[in-house]
Design a protein around this ligand. Structure first.
Ligand code: NDP
Length: 258
């Protein structure tokens, strides 16, 4: 349990599965009294199911709001803030987690559609959310600000791989944006945090192979990927530190991953 997270309002993008879902549970378990969670993704039915599961597990000390939101649509992001119930307005922690990879292909074969969806989700979507939420954080403490922005990058943003040039480029862009933002906000009381996972077993691979589960499973053959909970623990740990402590930049991968 963490007293520091009590009373906070946490917004997680891509909360309908994988790391985002696990992060919602981890926040709820860590601060089961008086936490507010805003869970966003496109699949609203999955979000509603997660809300029911969290309520079953931790009771109603945690208020959980499911919101259908496509981060790649700037209009939706703007409208979403206006529609939030007043008690969820003061967002303290933004976890920019929504992201995907489409296909494994060398550069000349990557389709325009796949390239566009990866950039619009992983990069533009993350920036849309940050631009929408940051003003809320900046106006606290007479302009000194307060809050956490936690961006989920990837090992792929540091170590590009063959067949992943666009995905790797999107995650390198996330890394670069995050570092710039941290420098811009250094005089404020807003922490900007990068968490870069290695291989984690989630729906990520299924999305990568357009729903082909056998291809997705093959990615993990002969190795033991991390669980989404492993990443969720790191996210919540970073958010739960004393205000002056910034866990700025974390790379987390399974022991065997080269
Ligand atoms: P999942 O596929 O399980 O989760 C991805 C989440 O992103 C889903 O909740 C999905 O929800 C959401 N999402 C996708 N597109 C959009 C969109 N346009 N708007 C809003 N939400 C969207 O994968 P992971 O949990 O593994 O991925 C989470 C993050 O971790 C991603 O940023 C990924 O790049 C990163 N990562 C994952 C690794 C892995 O090995 N799994 C390794 C390194 C980084 P919905 O479809 O309902 O919108």
């Amino acid at each position: 349990m963490s007293k520091r997270l009590e009373g906070k309002t946490v917004l997680i993008t891509g909360a309908s599965s994988g790391i985002g879902r696990a992060t919602a549970f981890e926040f709820a378990r860590t601060a089961p009294n008086n936490l507010k969670l805003i869970l966003t993704a496109r699949r609203i039915d999955s979000l509603k199911q997660i809300v029911a599961e969290i309520n079953d597990e931790v009771g109603n000390g945690v208020k959980v709001l499911p919101v259908q939101l496509d981060v790649s649509k700037p209009g939706e992001v703007r409208a979403f803030l206006g529609q939030l119930p007043a008690e969820f307005n003061e967002i303290d922690v933004l976890v920019n987690n929504a992201g995907l990879v489409k296909g494994v292909a060398k550069a000349p074969e990557i389709t325009e559609e796949d390239m566009t969806v990866m950039f619009e989700t992983n990069v533009t979507g993350l920036i849309n959310m940050t631009q929408a939420i940051l003003p809320i954080m900046l106006r606290r403490n007479n302009g000194e600000g307060a809050g956490d922005i936690i961006n989920i990058g990837s090992i792929a943003g540091r170590e590009p791989y063959v067949g992943g040039s666009i995905y790797c480029a999107t995650k390198a862009a996330v890394r670069s944006f995050t570092e710039s933002l941290r420098k811009e906000l250094i005089a404020k009381r807003i922490r900007v945090i990068s968490i870069d996972p290695g291989q984690v077993e989630t729906e990520f691979s299924i999305v990568r192979f357009y729903g082909d589960k056998s291809k997705a499973d093959a990615v993990y053959a002969g190795c033991e990927p991390l669980t989404p909970e492993d990443i969720a623990e790191a996210i919540v740990f970073a958010a739960g530190r004393r205000e002056n402590v910034v866990i700025a930049d974390t790379l987390i991968f399974p022991n065997h991953q080269a």
